[in-house]
Unconditional design. Structure first.
Length: 492
C-alpha cells in the first residue's frame, strides 16, 4: 500500500529527502517487504504529487544507502538484506543526530589521535581542533607570571604540592567561582585535577565498574566516548535536540533502571555548541535523583560565553547532591597547563580523592600557583573579555560563510559561546567521504560519526570556529561549501 502524499513542499527539508524518509519508513515498518518490487517511478510521482526527478533522486539515495536495489530492465526492489538502522526518529525533533544511517566502527580508525595531528598540521586549514589557537593565548602574561612565581616560591616551587591541590590555586578557583555567582556551597569541596578528561576518568573509576552503563549525549564529546569504551563501560546514547539533552528521552531510558552515571556537557556542548535551558536542567536533575543516577557535568566551555548571561550549572541548582562538576582551564586559558578542578559533595570527593591520588600523586606546584595568581590579579578576567570578543567575531565569520556557500538544506547551530558549531547536511552527504575530499584539498573538520557511540551522524560535521582569523575562515568555508556542491550527482 502506498500512503497518499505526506510531503510538505513548504518544509525546510527538500521534497526528495522527505520522500526518501517516507519510503524508508514503509520498508522499516515492513509494509514494503524485503525483495518486493517497488511501484514504477511515474506511479510514485503521481501518488506523492512530485516530479519524476524527485522520485529518482529519492530512490538514488535509498539505493546508495542499501535500502533498495535495482535490476537492469526490471525496476527497483526492496533490498534483500536491509541495513541496520535504529527506529526512525522524528528528524524535526532530533535533527542533530543526523540521518538514520550508521557507519561501522572500523570505518573510523584511530580518530582522536588523528584529529589532534591533523589539527596541528600547518599545511591544512583545519577546523577539527578542540582547543584555542595560540594567537588567542595570553602567552606573554603567563611567561612573566611564571618568572615572578618561581622567584616567590623559591625552593618550594619544586616539591610536591598537596594531593588535593596547591592552596593558592584552590582558594583562587573558589573565589573566582564565587565572583561568577556560583560559590562552592558548605559541605562541598574543590580538588585540582589535570584537566576535565582526567577528572572524568577518576569519576568513572570511583563510581562505576566495567560493564556499567553510562548515559551520554548523542552526539557526545568524543574524548568521553573513547574513555568510557577504554575503561570497559558502556556508553548509552540519549538524543540531543535544539535545546540540548532531551529529558523525555532520558526519562524513558532511565526506566530501565540500570544506568550509573549521566555524563553531560550542558553549556556550549561539544560538539553542537548548544546550551541546556535551566528548565531542562531542573527536570534532568529531578529524574536522575529519582533513579539514583549521578550527574557528571563537564563545564569545560562554560567561561567562553559571548552572548547572554550564564545559565546556572547543575551543581548550583537546588537538589544537586548527586552532581559532580568538572571545570578546566584548557579552553579558557591554555590546554598545555593541564589544570582543571573537580567540585563535589565532601563524601563523594573523599572517595574520588583516594583514586586520584594513586594516579597522579600531585599536580605541578608552579603551574597551579601561576593560575592562582592570574585569577586573583584580574588578568584572567581581562583575558576572557578579549577571548570572548574574538570568539564571537570568528563564529560570525563562519556562520556567514556557511550561509553563503553550504546547501540551502543544511542545518547549522548558532552557539552563544564555546568553540564549535554543528552542521547537519542533506542525508545523502557522507561526511567521511567529504572529509577525505577536504583533506586532499587542504581542509580539515571533524566528521559526525566520531561523536556517536553507535556510528550515527554520517551527514554531520563539527566545525571549530575559534581556530582561524575571520578572513581565513571565510575563504576556507567557501571552499568547503564548493566541495559539498561539487560531489558527483547520485545515480538512480
Ligand atoms: C567537553 C570536553 N571535556 C573535556 C575536554 C578535555 O579537556 P582537558 O584538557 O581539560 O582534559 C575537552 C576537550 O576537547 C572537551 O571538549
Amino acid at each position: 500500500m502506498i500512503p497518499s502524499s505526506t510531503l510538505n513542499p513548504g518544509a525546510a527539508s527538500p521534497l526528495y529527502l522527505q520522500l526518501q524518509r517516507t519510503l524508508r519508513s514503509l520498508i522499516q515498518a515492513s509494509e514494503w517487504k524485503a525483495g518486493m518490487r517497488l511501484p514504477a517511478v511515474p506511479e510514485l510521482a503521481q501518488r506523492f504529487k512530485v516530479h519524476r526527478l524527485t522520485v529518482l533522486k529519492a530512490l538514488a539515495g535509498l539505493k546508495r544507502t542499501g535500502w533498495v536495489q535495482t535490476v537492469a530492465g526490471r525496476g527497483s526492489f526492496v533490498a534483500d538484506h536491509l541495513p541496520e538502522a535504529p527506529a526512525l526518529l522524528d528528524p524535526d525533533t532530533f535533527p542533530f543526530q543526523g540521518s538514520s544511517l550508521r557507519v561501522r566502527e572500523d570505518e573510523l580508525g584511530p580518530w582522536l589521535g588523528e584529529t589532534l595531528e591533523l589539527a596541528q598540521n600547518r599545511l591544512l586549514v583545519s577546523f577539527s581542533a578542540g582547543f584555542p589557537p595560540s594567537d588567542l593565548l595570553p602567552g606573554e602574561a603567563l611567561r612573566r607570571l611564571y618568572a615572578k612565581t618561581m622567584r616567590e616560591l623559591d625552593a618550594s616551587a619544586w616539591v610536591y604540592a598537596a594531593p588535593s591541590g596547591h592552596a593558592s590555586y584552590l582558594e583562587a578557583v573558589a573565589a573566582w567561582l564565587g565572583a561568577e555567582g556560583e560559590p562552592v556551597p558548605p559541605g562541598w569541596g574543590v580538588r585540582a585535577i589535570p584537566g576535565a578528561q582526567a577528572g572524568l576518568a577518576v569519576v568513572l573509576e570511583t563510581l562505576t565498574v566495567p560493564g556499567d552503563r553510562v548515559l551520554v549525549e548523542s552526539p557526545c564529546y568524543m574524548g568521553a566516548l573513547a574513555l568510557i569504551r577504554t575503561l570497559g563501560r558502556e556508553a548509552v546514547p540519549v538524543p540531543v535536540d535544539r535545546n540540548g539533552l532531551n529529558p523525555d528521552r532520558l526519562a524513558s531510558i532511565l526506566q530501565k533502571g540500570d544506568a550509573k552515571l549521566l555524563f553531560t556537557v550542558p553549556t556550549f556542548h561539544n560538539p553542537t555548541g548548544m546550551t541546556l535551558s535551566r528548565a531542562r536542567r531542573e527536570r534532568i536533575l529531578a529524574l536522575t535523583r529519582q533513579h539514583g543516577v549521578t550527574v557528571v557535568e563537564d563545564d569545560t566551555y562554560g567561561d567562553l560565553r559571548f552572548i547572554g548571561g550564564r545559565t546556572p550549572s547543575f551543581r548550583s541548582l537546588p537538589g544537586a547532591e548527586h552532581v559532580i562538576h568538572l571545570g578546566s582551564f584548557s579552553k579558557s586559558l591554555a590546554a598545555g597547563l593541564r589544570l582543571g578542578y573537580l567540585i563535589a559533595p565532601d563524601a563523594v570527593l573523599s572517595r574520588i580523592s583516594i583514586v586520584q591520588e594513586v594516579h597522579t600523586v600531585a599536580l605541578p606546584t608552579l603551574s597551579q600557583a601561576v593560575v592562582g595568581h592570574y585569577l586573583e590579579s584580574g588578568g584572567f578576567r581581562r583575558h576572557l573579555t578579549r577571548l570572548r570578543k574574538a570568539l564571537r567575531e570568528r563564529r560570525d565569520a563562519m556562520l556567514e560563510a556557511i550561509q553563503a556557500s553550504f546547501p540551502r538544506e543544511a542545518e547549522v547551530t548558532e552557539p552563544k559561546g564555546g568553540m564549535h558549531l554543528w552542521v547537519v547536511l542533506p542525508e545523502d552527504v557522507s561526511s567521511l567521504d567529504l572529509h577525505r575530499d577536504a583533506i586532499s584539498h587542504g581542509l580539515g573538520f571533524a566528521p559526525g560519526p566520531l561523536f556517536f557511540p553507535d556510528g550515527r551522524g554520517t551527514n554531520c560535521l563539527r566545525l571549530n570556529f575559534s581556530t582561524h582569523a575571520p578572513s581565513v575562515t571565510r575563504e576556507a568555508i567557501a571552499r568547503l561549501g564548493g566541495l559539498i556542491h561539487a560531489r558527483p550527482a547520485a545515480q538512480p
